[in-house]
Design a protein around this ligand. Structure first.
Ligand code: NAI
Length: 381
């Protein structure tokens, strides 16, 4: 008998509705898979509008303190408070807890309309580095004193050729940051019996940043995964293969030969592009789950936002939150319950009674509300 505590944040906008539809599904899947032997103990934490109403703060200290000792959390979407001086609550949480891996599984569900011929060949998990790269926020606008100072240094002391009017952005990529992300991807591939991990980079052009990522990824595999992970072409029945692709070629590969790829590990900007392109390939972002993960804490969340125009109208699709819950269950090794959920979502889509975002994409489908779609998924478990 095992009980795991999951801290949850309801979120703003459609958050409360999708939670009300999703939680019964997650609990029922556990009951069906383990008959009470494995359970989740849900504990609410406040953040966003609900927190502000009850405590006067958008991100109360007690929420941060609790999460700093936690390992599992799930959150609904949070609206960034309007007005000066508010940082995005999502970014604050990612930085506070050093959630360096953004992980998004992308898989096709039968029945959804897709812009490609064989979306069913896509079954790929993207591991995107979340803290470095041009997303580190180190940049200065064209003609600002800061940009001018940096340019002066680069031209005078480093011999670089840059126009004095350039806007400047810095792209830091570290060995430690790259290795911890690649480690996550390799561990996942080994645990979930995935065939390969592909390092995606633009190292042919950006030799010391993207190229560094590639070099450090291979170094890690050789140093810490000898005997478990092999390079492309090496002998290794049943072992995870590590290979690499240049980012631009990867976009072609994913459209033309997606079945050859299983797990991608990549830098922040590449990962941002690749995960949205892949999601579009299987029919859009509507059902996409995700997690932001550090060494200790993992926060599972849907990839959509608060959808303010449909909030409170029983129109939201709870699928993304439900599938984020399935990811959490896989992460703690409760794969039987996760499989029940994924199969049930597929069965429910095939039955063509779905929320409006999906009914518009499935020919002949009827529209049901958020609550009813949750009940259908529960009934199909
Ligand atoms: P959004 O994802 O909320 O909405 C984009 C479009 O998708 C809208 O048409 C919306 O109605 C629809 N949509 C989204 N989720 C849906 C669902 N579950 N079912 C049916 N339709 C759905 O993105 P938007 O409008 O850019 O952002 C709204 C707010 O959400 C902003 O305040 C933003 O900062 C926040 N946001 C929060 C995120 C998070 O907490 N992780 C992620 C993205 C946005």
């Amino acid at each position: 008998m095992s009980t795991r505590t999951v801290y949850y944040i309801e979120g703003d906008g459609i958050g409360p509705e999708v939670w009300a539809a999703a939680r019964p599904v997650l609990n029922a899947a556990l009951e069906k898979a383990y008959a009470g032997a494995n359970k989740l103990d849900w504990k609410e934490l406040l953040a966003g509008g609900k927190a502000f109403k009850e405590t006067g703060e958008y991100l109360p200290q007690v929420t941060l303190d609790t999460l700093s000792n936690a390992d599992l959390a799930m959150k609904g979407p949070l609206q960034t408070p309007v007005g000066k001086g508010f940082r995005s609550l999502n970014v604050t949480m990612r930085q506070t807890f050093d959630l360096y891996a953004c992980i998004r599984p992308i898989k096709y569900f039968k029945g959804i309309e897709s812009p490609v011929k064989r979306p069913d060949l896509v079954d790929i998990v993207v591991f995107r580095e979340n803290t470095e790269d041009v997303y580190a926020g180190i940049e200065w606008s064209s003609n600002s004193p800061e940009a001018k100072r940096v340019i002066e240094f680069l031209v005078d002391e480093m011999g670089a050729k840059i126009d004095s009017s350039a806007g400047i952005g810095i792209k830091p990529i570290t060995p430690a940051g790259s290795k911890r992300l690649v480690r996550r991807a390799l561990d996942f591939a080994l645990e979930q019996n995935r065939e390969s991990v592909t390092l995606v980079h633009k190292g042919n052009i950006m030799k010391y940043t993207e190229g560094g990522f590639l070099k450090w990824g291979y170094e890690l595999a050789a140093e810490d995964y000898a005997g478990k992970v092999v390079r492309d072409g090496e002998e290794g029945e049943g072992k995870v293969i590590i290979n690499d692709r240049i980012a631009d070629a990867m976009f072609q590969e994913l459209l033309m030969r997606p079945e050859k790829y299983s797990v991608l590990a990549t830098t922040n900007l590449n990962g941002d592009y690749l995960s949205d392109a892949l999601a579009a390939q299987v029919g859009g972002l509507g059902l996409a789950p995700g997690v932001n993960m550090g060494d200790k804490l993992a926060i599972y969340e849907p990839t959509h936002g608060t959808a303010p125009t449909i909030a409170g109208k029983d129109m939201a699709n709870p699928g993304s939150l439900i599938l984020s819950g399935a990811m959490l269950l896989e992460h703690i090794g409760w794969n039987e319950a996760a499989d029940l959920i994924k199969n049930s979502v597929e069965k429910s889509l095939a039955a063509k009674k779905v929320t409006v975002d999906l009914s518009s994409q499935i020919s002949g489908a009827a529209t049901v509300g958020c609550k009813e779609f949750g009940e259908i998924i529960l009934a199909n478990l």
